[in-house]
Ligand binder design. Structure first.
Ligand SMILES: Cc1cc2nc3c(=O)[nH]c(=O)nc-3n(C[C@H](O)[C@H](O)[C@H](O)COP(=O)(O)OP(=O)(O)OC[C@H]3O[C@@H](n4cnc5c(N)ncnc54)[C@H](O)[C@@H]3O)c2cc1C
Length: 305
C-alpha cells in the first residue's frame, strides 16, 4: 500500500483526477491549512495562541520551467510579507525543486538567495526540506553555498538513508541547524533502510548525536510524531542536562495535535509545519502513504458527500 501510494504521488494523471474531486479536496483540509496565505496565517495564529510555533510551506515541487520556479519564488516572497504583516511566530519551509533545482543549480540558488535575503530582513528563518535521494547531494551543495552567506537557513536529514550519519557528522562540524526526520519518499534498499525498526533505531542514534555532539549553537529540530522516540529524546536531553529550550520538536499540521499540545504544555518548544496552497496532491499522498488508515478518513468524506 505504501509503495502504491508513493508511486501514485508522482502520477500527473492521478493528480489531475484527485485534485478535481470535491470530497478529496475537503478531506485534504485535514492536513492542509488552506489554499491562501490568509488561511495559513489564521492556522498559525491559532497555534501561536496555544504556545506553538510554526513553519509555513507554500506547497509545490518539481517545477518544469524557469517561469514556474520564478512564480514559486514570488509566492515565497509573498509568504514572508504575510508573516511580517500578521506578526505570527513562524519560519518558512521550502523544497529546492520548487525553485528550479531540477532545471539548474544556479537558477535555484539565485531564487533561494532572494528568499533568504528577504527572510533575513524580516528576522525569520528558512528551512530547506529534503526530497528524494536523487537530490540529496545537490540539496546539500545548495545549502552549503547559502549557509556560507546567510545565517538564517537550515537543512533536513532523513534517518532512513544510510549516508545520513556521515552527512550529519559533517553538518554538526559546520554548525548547521538540522531538522531530523525519518524520510517520506520511496527509496531503494541499497540507499535506505528497508525496515522500519532500523529507521527508528537510526533516528534515535542521530538525534543523540545532535544532542550530545551538536552543542555550540547547533540546534536539533526533532521532526517526528513517534511518541517512543520523543520520550527517548526527552530522556536523553534530561540525562545530559540539556535545557528544554535548546532543541525543538516539530510535527505536521493536523497530526497528533494532542501530543503537540502536551509537549508545549510541558515546556518544550514545538513547531508545526503548515502546508498551504493549491499544489497539495503529492503532499497529501505522502501523508496517506505514512498511514494508509488515513484513506478511511478520505472514504468517509466520500460517503458523506
Ligand atoms: C515537521 C516535519 C517536517 C518534515 N520534513 C520532511 C522532509 O523535509 N523530508 C522528508 O523526507 N520527510 C519529511 N517529513 C516527514 C517524515 O520524514 C515522516 O515521513 C513523517 O513524519 C512520519 O514519520 P514519523 O516520524 O511521524 O513516524 P511514524 O513511525 O511514521 O509514525 C509515528 C506515529 O505518528 C502518527 N503519524 C505519522 N504519520 C502520520 C500520518 N501521515 N497521519 C496520521 N498519523 C501519523 C501515528 O500515530 C504513528 O503511529 C517531515 C515531518 C515533519 C513532522
Amino acid at each position: 500500500m505504501r509503495t502504491s501510494l508513493l508511486l501514485l504521488s508522482r502520477s500527473k494523471r492521478a493528480r489531475h483526477t484527485v485534485t478535481h474531486l470535491g470530497f478529496a479536496r475537503r478531506a485534504a483540509r485535514r492536513f492542509i491549512a488552506g489554499e491562501t496565505c490568509a488561511e495559513a496565517m489564521a492556522a498559525i495564529q491559532a497555534l501561536n495562541a496555544r504556545g506553538i510555533l510554526a513553519t509555513a510551506d507554500h506547497l509545490g515541487e518539481n517545477v518544469e520551467t524557469r517561469a514556474d520556479a520564478e512564480r514559486a519564488t514570488e509566492d515565497y516572497l509573498d509568504l514572508l510579507d504575510c508573516i511580517a504583516a500578521s506578526g505570527v511566530r513562524s519560519h518558512a519551509s521550502l523544497k529546492l525543486t520548487q525553485l528550479g533545482l531540477a532545471l539548474d543549480q544556479s537558477t535555484c540558488e539565485a531564487n533561494l538567495a532572494r528568499i533568504l535575503s528577504k527572510a533575513r530582513d524580516i528576522g525569520t528563518f528558512v528551512r530547506i526540506d529534503m526530497e528524494d535521494s536523487t537530490y540529496t547531494d545537490r540539496t546539500l551543495a545548495v545549502f552549503r553555498d547559502m549557509h556560507a552567506e546567510f545565517g538564517n537557513v537550515g537543512i533536513v536529514i532523513q534517518a532512513y538513508l544510510y549516508r545520513s550519519e556521515a552527512d550529519l557528522r559533517q553538518l554538526i562540524a559546520e554548525g548547521a541547524a538540522v531538522r531530523l526526520c525519518k524520510g517520506a519518499y520511496k527509496e531503494p534498499p541499497n540507499v535506505a533502510f528497508p525496515r522500519k525498526r532500523d529507521v527508528d533505531a537510526n533516528y534515535l542514534k542521530l538525534a543523540r548525536m545532535m544532542l550530545t555532539e551538536g552543542r555550540n549553537g547547533v540546534r536539533l529540530a526533532a521532526a517526528t510524531h513517534d511518541h517512543r522516540l520523543i520520550e527517548a529524546i526527552k530522556a536523553e536531553a534530561a540525562e545530559h542536562g540539556i535545557p528544554k529550550n535548546a532543541f525543538e520538536f516539530q510535527m505536521l499540521y493536523g497530526i497528533r495535535r494532542d501530543l503537540q499540545q502536551q509537549l508545549a504544555d510541558e515546556g518544550y518548544t514545538v513547531r508545526v509545519y503548515i502546508p498551504y496552497g493549491t499544489e497539495w496532491y503529492p503532499y497529501l499522498m505522502r501523508r496517506l502513504a505514512e498511514r494508509p488508515a488515513n484513506l478511511w478518513f478520505i472514504l468517509k468524506n466520500l460517503v458523506r458527500s
